[in-house]
Design a protein around this ligand. Structure first.
Ligand code: G3P
Length: 221
C-alpha cells in the first residue's frame, strides 16, 4: 500500500518527501482554501515537484464540459497531476472523456460500492472512499474500502482504491489489512505513525550509554 499525504501545504509535502515514504499527494478545494493566499497552479506544481508522484488536484465546475475544460487545464500543469472529479453523473461523463485522452483521474466523494463501481466503469485511475466521514455518521467506512478492493479484484478493474478521509493511524493499519492500494492521510497522522514513546526512551538510553562508555586511555609515550 502506498502512503499519500492529504494536504495542500507545501512544507508538509517537503517533510513527507524528505522522510522517503511519500508516494503521492491528494488535495481538495477545502485543503487549498486553508493555504490562505496561495496560488492554485503554483502550489500544485510545487507539490508535484516535491512529491515526485501522483498529485490530485480537484476541479470546481459542476457540469461535464466545465469539468473537462478544468481537468485538461490542471493536467497540463505537470505530468504528475491527477484530475480529481466528484462522483456525480456529470463527473462520470467527464471522467470517461478525460481518461480517453490519457489523463489520470481520481473519482472522489465515494460513499458506496455502487458509486465506486460506476467510477471504475468509466475507467477512473483511482476511486476515493471517504472512510472517516462514513464513520462520523455511524457507518463502517473501512467496510466500504474492503468491499471496493474485493469488487475491483473480482471484476478485474485496474482502478485503485485510495482510502481517504483517514483520521488516525489505526485507519492506516486497517486500510493496509483490507488491501487498499493507497492510503492518503493528514500530515499529523503520518507523524503519529512514526512516533512511539519507547523509541524515544530507547534512543535516549542508547545515547546516554554511549556517552558513559569506557574509552581505552592512550598509551604514554
Ligand atoms: O481529500 C479528501 C479527504 O481525505 C477528506 O478528508 O478529513 O475532510 O473527511 P476529511
Amino acid at each position: 500500500m502506498k502512503l499519500f499525504l492529504d494536504t495542500a501545504n507545501v512544507d508538509e509535502v517537503r517533510q513527507g518527501a524528505a522522510m522517503g515514504v511519500l508516494g503521492g499527494v491528494t488535495t481538495n478545494p477545502s485543503l487549498m482554501a486553508k493555504e490562505r493566499g496561495a496560488d492554485f497552479r503554483q502550489t500544485v506544481i510545487e507539490i508535484c515537484e516535491l512529491a515526485k508522484g501522483p498529485v490530485s488536484a480537484e476541479v470546481t465546475a459542476l457540469d461535464t464540459a466545465g469539468m473537462v475544460a478544468q481537468g485538461r487545464e490542471v493536467a497540463s500543469w505537470h505530468e504528475h497531476v491527477v484530475v480529481k472529479l466528484p462522483i456525480t453523473p456529470a463527473g462520470l461523463a467527464a471522467c470517461r472523456e478525460l481518461r480517453g485522452e490519457g489523463i489520470a483521474v481520481n473519482m472522489t466523494l465515494c460513499f458506496s460500492v455502487n458509486q465506486g463501481l460506476l467510477a471504475a466503469t468509466v475507467g477512473a485511475t483511482y476511486v476515493s472512499p471517504f472512510l472517516g466521514r462514513l464513520d462520523d455518521i455511524g457507518h463502517d467506512g473501512m467496510a466500504l474500502v474492503a468491499e471496493l478492493v474485493e469488487v475491483f479484484r473480482v471484476q478485474r478493474f485496474e482502478t485503485q482504491v485510495l482510502a481517504a478521509s483517514i483520521r488516525h493511524p489505526l485507519h492506516v493499519v486497517q486500510a493496509a489489512k483490507v488491501g487498499a492500494h493507497i492510503a492518503t492521510m493528514p500530515f499529523k497522522v503520518l507523524m503519529q505513525m512514526v512516533q512511539h514513546p519507547l523509541t524515544d526512551v530507547g534512543l535516549e538510553r542508547f545515547l546516554a550509554d554511549w556517552e558513559r562508555r569506557e574509552v581505552p586511555k592512550p598509551a604514554l609515550a
